[in-house]
Design a protein around this ligand. Sequence first.
Ligand code: ZN
Length: 197
Amino acid sequence: MYEGPVQDLIEELGRLPGIGPKSAQRLAFHLLTIEFADAERLANTIVAVKQKVRFCARCFNVSEREECRICRDPRRDPSVICVVEEPRDLMAMERTGEFRGRYHVLGGAISPIDGVGPDDLRIKELMTRIGDENITEVVIATNPNIEGEATASYLARILKAMELRVSRIASGLPVGGDLEYADEVTLGRAFAGRREL
Ligand SMILES: [Zn+2]
């Protein structure tokens, strides 16, 4: 145990995903050595992101306004929705330059082990959008792992009853991986090779 603020910092950093006690300690001691201005900028950036950034009211992407940059863009096709798990997957898809519709961010994937069921995701919101926005096609781009596949099959099942084209991005992505780690070319190909469900 260290004293006061150093221990507080180690504990705060240790709360972050993927940061174990050792990494938290290493980061804390790194932060102790940086310039005051750099520390201040980091602290201010964290506060600013909490004050200014929220979720898009339509697609739940991160946004500085009521609706995100993509939902506000009149050049995007409003009749096609690409469903992703997290905003970072949306960014990965954007980097491919292949998709010209809008998105829907679920906020995770179905995972019984972690206690995440369909009701914990923004699936109800997706169904409302399909009803309200004249959606003709839904592309399911959840991650190519167990949770992502379970989510894709669940969505395929409930969307089947509706009159739309439903497709899943092609396999060929590294199995068990996340979209965000796939390079643009691979993900672009997976999108182009999407198969109808
Ligand atoms: Zn949006």
